[in-house]
Design a protein around this ligand. Structure first.
Ligand code: G4P
Length: 523
């Protein structure tokens, strides 16, 4: 029914290690879409390096990150939604969740630095979810690694086959441009931060081509292209959609170069909204009734009102303003008078939105991460994955008069997905698990300012928390008995093993071969 609207939507995230060029690329994509008119207009959502553990500083920047949480724009006949992901690694969990709301991903890699830690970790999530990825090798205007070496590195480090669809002519000071393999066109490089360069259709074997790029470079490019055809399989869109191969483009986001090659191919091949699994059945985006789930909650725009925005990914049909929808977990009906959509950096109230779009719903604490909304049907979108945290602390009440407030605040913050809560099975104490120190500060600050509660931390030297399961009940019982001191329950009551070190984890794996130890809650 809404076929056309839904088919033209492309919802994706750009991911990268900090500083590879995610913000710059996002901005250039908006420039192409005509959503902004000058470069430099998009404020970075990243937390500046100088303020790595300064929560007040982050608080100041939160206004910015709301505005850039989702950026929609029109390009050709497509409606493109870019979901922003926080650059700071302490918010990696947020990024993981955002990846559950996209249909594809573009990875930005710095041509000199290659694959970096954050990229590797985020790619693991894409692999797990079979999300199609494209790769943009950025900063070709600087001396970088040899492109063939880089392709090998991408394959080895990211665990995916690659297929170059554009190819650089030199790099750094000698950078002359890219050859668009996908469209058989040449794009000659002129450094320019604002202008979009022209591409030329030209036969690489012609004299004209030699004149354009110089004989030596022309020869080199012909050799490179021959090698590419010899080494890599011909590009197959299906392989990309099946997440078996990642097309690679080269360019310089800062110089608005090589970006249109990427974008044109992206809209051609990237998937329109895909079916999404619920506990009950698979939901097709073209089904008429509306369904959606909350993948992100942006809290506390105004500390006095505890107001938040719940970001809902529309999975099927059409969402309409002021229409009653079923909030499945609460079993209640809700109407939304001012849902917002995001175009470039503008947030505006919308009357309708379609599968693939993200709507922001102003909320006062009714939503938790993973909540399902539908036109009526009783559905539960599969829980969003949690990943084993890296840092653990016991949380204690520092003000006995405010026990209730602490409980309420923790409940709400965990519902927003700020961190993970485990309950130790022996002593009943609460453990907060995070991916970085910053989240502890965020929790402490927000408990105090929004709930009037005070907490104290006590570090626990843990290596990982792993979700455990086994078909061998006897072995599981034995394990639970012997490791009783190291067991906790997660927020959903699932069993978690608290490993103190990698060594002890390996010992447990050896001693209990029939128990599976999972590092994510989605298995
Ligand atoms: P991020 O969001 O992935 O963290 O990266 P961001 O786009 O902020 O880019 C990080 C730095 O790399 C910025 O410089 C940016 O200007 C630069 N950059 C991005 N693309 C290119 C490129 O194609 N070539 C070159 N040479 N540099 C590029 P900065 O000095 O950290 O910030 P700024 O002061 O320029 O904003």
């Amino acid at each position: 029914m809404y076929e056309q609207e839904i088919n033209r939507r492309r919802t994706f995230a750009i991911i990268s290690h900090p500083d590879a060029g995610k913000t710059t690329l996002t901005e250039k994509l908006l420039l192409f879409g005509g959503a902004i008119h000058v470069a430099g207009a998009v404020k970075s959502n990243k937390i500046k390096k100088t303020a790595t553990s300064d929560w007040m500083e982050i608080e100041k920047q939160r206004g910015i990150s709301v505005a850039t949480s989702v950026m929609g724009f029109e390009y050709r006949d497509f409606k493109i939604n870019i979901l922003d992901t926080p650059g700071h690694q302490d918010f990696a969990e947020d990024t993981f969740r955002t990846l559950t709301a996209v249909d594809s991903v573009i990875i930005v890699v710095d041509s000199a630095k290659g694959v970096e830690t954050q990229t590797r970790r985020l790619m693991q999530v894409c692999t797990m979810r079979k999300t199609p990825v494209m790769i943009f090798v950025n900063k070709m205007d600087r001396e970088g690694k040899n492109p063939f070496d880089l392709l090998d590195e991408l394959e080895a480090e990211l665990g995916i086959h690659v297929r170059p669809l554009s190819w650089p002519i030199n790099s750094g000071a000698k950078f002359k441009g890219v050859y668009n393999i996908y469209q058989d066109k040449l794009n000659l490089y002129t450094p320019n931060k604002q202008r979009i360069s022209e591409t030329i259709a030209v036969d690489v074997k012609s004299n004209e081509f030699d004149e354009m790029v110089g004989e030596d470079d022309a020869e080199q490019l012909r050799n490179d292209l021959e090698l590419i055809e010899g080494v890599y399989n011909p590009f197959s869109k299906q392989d990309y959609l099946d997440a078996n191969v990642a097309p690679v483009f080269f360019g310089s986001a800062l110089n608005t170069f090589g970006v249109n090659e990427l974008l044109d191919c992206f809209v051609d091949i990237a998937p329109a909204p895909l079916p999404v699994a619920t506990e009950e059945r698979i939901v097709d985006p073209h089904e008429e009734p509306f369904t959606g789930f909350v993948f992100k909650i942006h809290a506390n725009m105004d500390p006095n009102h505890r107001s938040c925005i719940a970001f809902v990914k529309i999975c099927s049909g059409k969402f309409e303003r002021n229409k009653a929808y079923n909030h499945i977990r609460l079993g209640k009906s809700f109407k939304f008078a001012s849902p917002t959509c995001f175009m470039a950096q503008k947030k505006e109230t919308v009357d309708e939105a379609f599968a693939g779009d993200i709507v922001g719903l102003p909320d006062t604490g009714n939503f938790k991460i993973g909540d399902t909304l539908t036109s009526g049907e009783l559905l539960h979108f599969r829980g969003l994955p949690s990943f084993s945290p890296e840092m653990f602390k016991y949380i204690e009440n520092a003000d006995p008069m405010k026990t209730k407030q602490l409980q309420k605040g923790l409940d709400q913050l965990m519902g927003e997905g700020v961190a993970q809560l485990f309950t130790h099975q022996m002593n009943g104490r609460k453990i907060i698990g995070t991916v970085g120190q910053l989240q502890f500060e965020v929790i402490e600050y927000r408990l105090l300012h929004e709930y009037g509660a005070q907490c104290r931390w006590q570090p626990i030297p843990l290596f990982k928390a792993c979700w455990i399961e086994s078909d061998d009940k006897k072995q599981l019982d034995d394990f639970m008995h012997r490791k009783a001191n190291y067991l906790a329950k997660d927020k959903d009551g699932r069993d978690v093993f608290l490993a103190e070190s990698n060594y002890l984890l390996q010992m447990a794996q050896n001693d209990f071969p029939h128990i599976k130890f999972h590092f994510t809650s989605e298995f």
